[in-house]
Design a protein around this ligand. Structure first.
Ligand code: SAH
Length: 214
C-alpha cells in the first residue's frame, strides 16, 4: 500500500505538476484516489503510468494528466452538483466526488456502469449516482448542473448539455474529429456560451443521438 502511495505521488509530481496543473485540491485528490482499483487486474501494474489504459468494452480510462487538467478546468469549490458523461471505470467520477457535493454520471454501456458502481461502492463513494443511457441527452431530471464534464470525444457540443448547465457554470468537453479533438471549456453566461480552447487530445468517441452515430 505504501508503495502505491509513492507511485501516486510520483505520478502527480512528474506528470501533473510538471505540466502545470496547480489547483491544490485537484493535486491532493490525484494523490489520494487509488487509480489502480479502477483498472482491470491484469493491467494494474501500469496504473500509474503516463498514459491512457483499456478499461474493457474497447473503452479507455484517460491519462492521469488529462484527468487532472479537465478537473482543474471545472474550478470546483466543493458545493457543486456535477454531471459527467462517460462513467467508464468510475475513476473520474471518484475524483469529482472528492471535490464537489454530488456527481451524476451517465454511461451508455451497462456492463461498465455495473462495474463502476461496484468499485465506487467498495471505496465508499456514495455521492455518485449512475444512469445507463445516451448521455448526449444529459440527465434532465436532475438538471441544472454547476459543472459538466464529458469524457468522450464529440463532433460538437451537444445542445442538451448546454441547456442543463447553470448560468455561470462550466463544461469541459473534447470536441473535434473522431480520432483527435481539442479540449474545450464552455462557460455559460447571461449573454450566451463562451468557449476557450485548451490542448489537443484523443478520446474514444461519444456515441449517441447528439454526437457520433456508432
Ligand atoms: N471517465 C471514464 C473514462 C471514460 S471513456 C473513467 O474515468 O474511466 C468514455 C466512456 O464514454 C466510455 O465508457 C463510453 O462507453 C462512454 N460513452 C460514449 N458515448 C456515450 C454516451 N452517448 N453516453 C454515455 N456514455 C458514453
Amino acid at each position: 500500500m505504501m508503495d502505491l502511495e509513492k507511485e501516486r505521488n510520483r505520478m502527480v509530481d512528474d506528470q501533473i505538476v510538471a505540466r502545470g496543473v496547480k489547483d491544490p485540491r485537484v493535486l491532493a485528490v490525484m494523490r489520494k484516489v487509488p487509480r489502480h482499483v479502477f483498472i482491470p487486474e491484469a493491467m494494474r501494474s501500469m496504473a500509474y503510468g503516463d498514459n491512457a489504459l483499456p478499461l474493457g468494452e474497447s473503452q479507455t480510462i484517460s491519462q492521469p494528466y488529462i484527468v487532472a487538467l479537465m478537473t482543474e478546468l471545472l474550478e470546483l469549490k466543493g458545493t457543486e452538483r456535477v454531471l459527467e458523461i462517460g462513467t467508464g471505470s468510475g475513476y473520474q467520477a471518484a475524483i469529482l466526488a472528492e471535490l464537489c457535493e454530488k456527481v451524476y454520471t451517465v454511461e451508455r454501456i451497462k456492463a461498465l456502469a455495473d462495474k463502476a458502481r461496484l468499485t465506487l461502492d467498495n471505496l465508499g463513494y456514495h455521492t455518485v449516482a449512475i444512469k445507463v443511457y445516451d448521455g448526449t441527452y444529459g440527465w434532465k431530471e436532475m438538471a441544472p448542473y454547476d459543472a459538466v464534464m464529458v469524457t468522450a470525444g464529440a463532433p460538437n457540443v451537444p445542445d442538451p448539455l448546454v441547456e442543463q448547465l447553470k448560468e455561470g457554470g462550466r463544461m469541459v468537453i473534447p470536441v473535434g474529429e473522431r480520432y483527435g479533438q481539442r479540449l474545450l471549456t464552455v462557460v455559460k453566461t447571461a449573454e450566451g456560451a463562451f468557449t476557450q480552447k485548451s490542448i489537443p487530445c484523443m478520446f474514444v468517441p461519444l456515441i449517441g443521438n447528439h454526437a457520433w452515430k456508432e
